[in-house]
Design a protein around this ligand. Structure first.
Ligand SMILES: *[C@@H]1O[C@H](CO)[C@@H](O)[C@H](O)[C@H]1NC(C)=O
Ligand SMILES: *[C@@H]1O[C@H](CO)[C@@H](O)[C@H](O)[C@H]1NC(C)=O
Ligand SMILES: *[C@@H]1O[C@H](CO)[C@@H](O)[C@H](O)[C@H]1NC(C)=O
Length: 478
């Protein structure tokens, strides 16, 4: 009697599955959105095309956090209880930087802190996305203020902590605080997610040396900031803390649900015309030269050639490029398609539009290729997301990727640039011919993610930074 029947099990499973699919497909929570967008945090802020499911008021707001007595103390951020924190964002949008800051806002709220959100740039038009993000924050008890006015200055002066998000937000300091700037700098933490030349401008970052600290997404990026500010601008970085990002609970829930993964895999493969037994390599990043989709396709073509040449017995191989923007009609997009058609591999290469939800693709593929060029990713959130799905990563030996992927253990690294193409091709062949190896790399990746790239790890790293900043700002330097 007590034993559940098979049918009962299935219906229970499918209910759970439905729920998961809702989470995955409805784009219902900001966190689910955040999963996609944070990958772009280090790069140019692309405008996120909002999927149609965002319309019609389907954005569901999570209930406000219930902070039971003492609950705030259990969180690593418990010491922030009843502290006032002002978060300064250059904009309120679905791009990586703001969404990461929003995650921090909610972490602080659930620890019992008062949080004021200041948006530096009001969007020219108030669209539905902004409205719903605004609503979501209000629902969680975050007070949203526009960047100017007495109210903002008062809150900032009263605050225990000010967090400036992205290099660009530096402009806000002088523009709004004016003569109060130097009172505020000693309690300011600057969270930086960029690694591009045009951010190294005094106009943005001249107050960097005087803030209490800087928080940066990877060691490589921190090093780069240190070099560039010193060499280019002649200023020194303040005390700098590296905080790696972590996977959201929502993503992990899908990644760890075998049934959900299988259903998503079937669904996506069917849509692409890829059979279950085929081997699917993917690159998931908005399409641009910096992300290296061209070199990825060259390597893929090269791997097909190697397999043919050496008469290797391997599954049929496919490549998918997730992150196209067909509307943009960019030269680069055209170049990718021209390559595919010139080499006659259009039955093996698939293009998928930019999407906010990557989990279905992660469930469907066998290998993630992280092919960001030059200095690489500032962090590269898609890398830890793929590892959560037990996928091996073939990545460029650059940027944040080198801090996430362990060469030979959780993936294989190749050099950035044209000279990396043949190595990447060989690595693809290696994973095609050595199934066991491939699966082991994936499992090791999963273990590594569980070990150090979860939301709770990020929260406790941030907690330790905030603690130090608070202590520092209390010292009587004023
Ligand atoms: C920073 O400069 C040092 C010394 O010049 C160099 O060895 C290092 O590679 C540079 N790091 C970055 C990330 O540019
Ligand atoms: C991809 O985007 C293009 C242009 O916006 C659109 O015409 C096409 O239907 C989209 N494809 C899918 C599968 O959504
Ligand atoms: C990664 O490991 C392979 C095999 O051990 C080695 O040949 C390659 O040079 C390594 N790459 C990097 C970037 O460490």
């Amino acid at each position: 009697m007590a034993k559940p029947t098979a049918a009962g099990w299935i219906s229970l499973q499918s209910k759970r599955l439905l729920l998961l699919l809702l989470v995955v497909f409805s784009v219902s929570t900001v966190v689910a959105l955040f999963v996609r967008n944070i990958n772009e945090a280090c790069e140019t802020r692309r405008d996120v095309s909002v999927s149609s499911s965002y319309g019609g008021g389907r954005v569901q707001l999570s209930p406000p956090p219930v902070v039971a007595a003492g609950e705030g103390l259990k969180s690593p951020l418990g010491f922030m209880r009843s502290k006032l924190v002002v978060l300064v964002s250059h904009e309120l949008s679905l791009s990586g930087g703001p969404l990461l800051l929003m995650e921090l806002a909610f972490l602080l709220r659930s620890a019992g802190a008062s949080v004021v959100w200041v948006t530096y740039q009001k969007p020219s038009e108030t669209n539905e996305v902004i409205y719903s993000l605004d609503q979501k924050m209000l629902d969680r008890g975050v007070q949203v203020l526009s960047a100017r006015g007495r109210e903002v200055i008062d809150a900032t002066l009263k605050a225990d902590l000010v967090v400036l998000n992205t290099a660009v937000a530096g402009k806000w300091l002088d523009a709004v605080l004016k003569e109060h700037v130097h009172q505020v700098l000693p309690k300011t933490l600057w969270w930086i997610h960029e690694m591009r030349g045009h951010y190294f401008k005094l106009e943005y970052v001249k107050h960097l040396p005087s803030v209490a600290g800087a928080m940066i997404d990877s060691h490589t990026t921190a090093e780069y900031w240190k070099n560039r500010t010193h060499d280019r601008l002649g200023i020194n970085m303040p005390q700098t803390y590296v905080v790696h990002l972590g996977n959201s609970k929502e993503l992990m829930e899908v990644a760890e649900d075998y049934v959900a993964r299988r259903v998503l895999r079937e669904h996506i493969r069917e849509a692409l015309g890829v059979r279950n037994e085929d081997l699917l390599f993917a690159i998931i990043n908005s399409v641009s030269r910096g992300k290296g989709q061209d070199l990825f396709l060259q390597a893929f073509y090269e791997s097909l050639r190697l397999i043919q040449e050496q008469k290797l017995q391997v599954p049929t191989m496919h490549a998918v490029v997730v992150g196209s923007d067909m509307n943009a009609q960019s030269k680069f997009e055209a170049e990718l398609r021209a390559f595919v058609s010139k080499k006659g591999i259009y039955d093996r290469v698939h293009f998928v539009n930019k999407t906010l939800t990557v989990a279905p693709y992660l469930a469907a593929i066998d290998v993630l290729v992280q092919n960001s060029q030059a200095r690489g990713e500032c962090f590269g959130r898609i890398t830890i997301e793929a590892m959560a799905f037990q996928l091996p990563v073939l990545g460029t030996a650059a940027g944040g990727t080198t801090e996430i992927v362990v060469n030979g253990s959780t993936g294989l690294l190749h050099p950035a640039g044209k000279e990396g193409v043949s190595q990447l091709a060989k690595n693809m062949v290696k994973l095609a011919t050595h199934v066991e190896r491939r699966l082991t790399l994936g499992r090791k990746g999963y273990e590594r993610v569980k070990d150090r790239f979860m939301e709770r790890h990020m929260a406790s790293r941030i907690a330790s930074v905030l603690k130090q900043i608070l202590q520092k700002s209390k010292r009587p330097s004023m």
